[in-house]
Every structure is written in C-alpha cells, then in structure tokens.
Ligand binder design. Structure first.
Ligand SMILES: [Zn+2]
Length: 347
C-alpha cells in the first residue's frame, strides 16, 4: 500500500506539491542528499527516479520534507478513496471490470479497501456499542442498574405492606405473587448485568463430545468468549475471501475467460461494500434511526446484481439467476466463517 501511495503520489499530487514546496535550484537546503546511486537499492541513477525500485533520486532529511510526505500521502489516499467509494456504491461492476483490465492506480486496491473497511466496521460497532460484550454497552448496563435499584425500592415497599397485612390477618396471596415477580425481575437483570447468559446453555447426553469444551468455556466466562470471538473475527476476516472464491467458480463453470484473479477482485470489492453497509447500519442505529437501518437489508441483492451484470457483462436474466445463487452462496460462506470464528474464539 505504501509503495503504491508513493508511486501514485509522485505521479499525481507529488509533482505539483514538489514544485510548490521544494527549494529552487541553487537554494541551500540542509539535509538534501546528492547521490549517484539509489539510496534504497544502490542502482545507478538516471533521472529523478530510480529505474529499479522507483524511489526518488534525492531525499530530504528535514521537517519540511516529512510534512510534505504526510500531506502528499493524505491527499493521495483522500483523492483515491473519494473516487473509489462512489464507484463501489453505484457502479461496482464497472469498477471491478476496469480494475481487472488494468486501471490499478485510479482506485484503492481491493485488499487495501478490504482492510480499511474491516477496521472501519469494528471501530463503528465498538464505538456504537452494538458489539459490546455479552452484557451490552455502557448505556445498556447503566439502564439495568437503574432498573434493579427501582425494583429493589418497590420490593422493600411490598414487603413492608405484606408484613403489615400479615399482622392484620389480611389475605396476602396477591402481595406474595407481586413480591415473587419483582424478585424474579431483579435476579434476571443481575444475571444480565454480570454477563451470565439469560438462558443457560446446558450440556446433556446428546451434546457431541467435541462441542462440550466450547460450551463449558462460554458458560463459565461469556464476556471473555465474546471478546475472543470478536478478536478472531477481525483477525481472520481475510478468510471470507478464500471462502467465497470457490462459489464464484460455481457461478461461472463454463466461462473460462474469467480467471480466479477476476473472481478474487470481485468478491473482495463486494465484501468491502457489504461491510460498508454494516458501518452505515451501525451509524443509523446509533443516530436513533433503526427503521432506516433495517432498510439496508434490501441493498445487497441489488448491489450483487449490478456488480455481476457489469463486471461479467451479463444479460438481465443471467444476472438475476446468478444473483439468487450468489445470495445463497454468501449465506453459506458467512455461516462457515461464523462457525470458524466462534470455534477459534471459544478455544
Ligand atoms: Zn532504487
């Protein structure tokens, strides 16, 4: 990614910026090197860039040069991401096709975009509390604590009433029922607060032997297990790509002109978009618009249809059929991935 940035940066923004910021010939610049050979790889220098590795012939050891690199990198990523994201949303197939055909410098590469969206997704979900540990986010826990306190006050009142009623020899059955129900509420809220599962996963004779340690582990320490699963999901997120590519082979069994490389670019861009949807959904829920967020569930089929149709040059009917197959395959791939991360996380 860094190499890519530098190459593009030098070609696009770099030239302009360099002209504006770099000292003119003859000016004294401390730290400016004058080399005959490339400082990076040692190759003989001809012209402003190394012909072997692409590094600039002259480098600077000044704060200004450092800031210049920083601004250049920022502009460069900014420029590319604002070109890539709208294409990914509206013309995903065209972008996939153009990237495969060779327009590599124009768009963020599928792998860089994928890593970027994985990061963005986990950051958003953690920030909005959607992925909080077993007991939910901080607000949720605060809510539980308030509820428990209120229940305890009400419980004390009921118990006082019951005591008074019993002394006066009144019927206290109704009060007993209310007391029992309050106690139950308090207990279940405390259970949730401590992160213990509301419904106990229990082991019986039917539980297969290899599953037992996972369940035992998860029941003993659900918060830790939830964190471990999250950790595994982010660490092994790349697994979704190799899990998805074989399904693309199944989608195009007779089309030899589409290579595994093409399919890999396709699924990586597609998965990146789906993760962006999760980010959008998380933000909408955090903004208090859950109904709008639920509408996002309808987006994936349309996106898959458009990307398939444009990227592989399909007709409408063939694109619809393959979209339905791809939806099914995605569900299988996602389930496999989930099972794998839960297994890794619960170990
Ligand atoms: Zn070099």
């Amino acid at each position: 990614m860094v190499g890519e940035f530098e190459a593009i940066g030098d070609a696009v923004t770099g030239g302009l910026l360099a002209r504006a910021v770099e000292p003119h010939a003859g000016e004294v610049d401390r730290g400016h090197t004058h080399e005959k050979n490339c400082l990076n790889c040692g190759a003989r220098l001809v012209g402003p860039f190394c012909a072997d590795c692409g590094q600039k012939a002259h480098i600077h050891r000044s704060v200004r040069a450092f800031l210049q690199d920083f601004v250049q990198g920022l502009f460069n990523f900014e420029g590319k991401i604002w070109r890539t994201l709208p294409m990914l949303a509206w013309r995903p197939g065209e972008m996939t096709r153009r990237y495969i055909a060779g327009e590599r410098a124009r768009f963020i590469s599928p792998v860089a975009l994928y890593l970027f969206t994985v990061f963005a997704m986990f950051a958003t979900l953690n920030f909005t509390g959607a992925l909080g540990s077993a007991g939910g986010g901080k607000d949720f826990k605060d809510g539980l604590r308030t509820e428990i306190a209120e229940d305890q006050v009400a419980l004390a009142k009921l118990e006082a009433q019951r005591k008074a009623g019993a002394t006066a020899k009144k019927d206290v059955a109704e009060l007993d029922r209310k007391i029992a129900s309050r106690k139950e509420d308090i207990e279940s809220n405390q259970r949730m607060l401590s992160g213990r599962p509301v419904v106990d996963a229990h082991l019986d004779e039917d539980t297969p032997g290899w599953v037992r340690p996972f369940i035992e582990n998860a029941t003993e320490n659900p918060e830790m297990t939830s964190l471990k699963v999250q950790d595994a999901a982010s660490k092994y997120s790349w697994l979704l790509i190799p899990l998805s590519v074989p399904f693309m082979w199944l989608l195009f069994p007779l089309r030899r002109q589409h290579s595994t490389y093409d399919h890999t670019v396709f699924v990586t861009y597609s998965l990146s978009f789906m993760m962006m949807l999760v980010v959008a959904g998380g933000l909408l829920i955090a903004a208090g618009l859950p109904s709008l967020a639920s509408l996002l569930f309808f987006v994936p089929p349309f996106h898959m249809y458009r990307q398939l149709k444009q990227a592989y040059g399909l007709g409408r009917f063939s694109a619809i059929m393959r979209t339905m197959a791809l939806l099914t395959f995605s569900f299988i791939a996602a389930s496999l991935f989930l099972a794998a991360t839960v297994a890794i996380g619960a170990m």
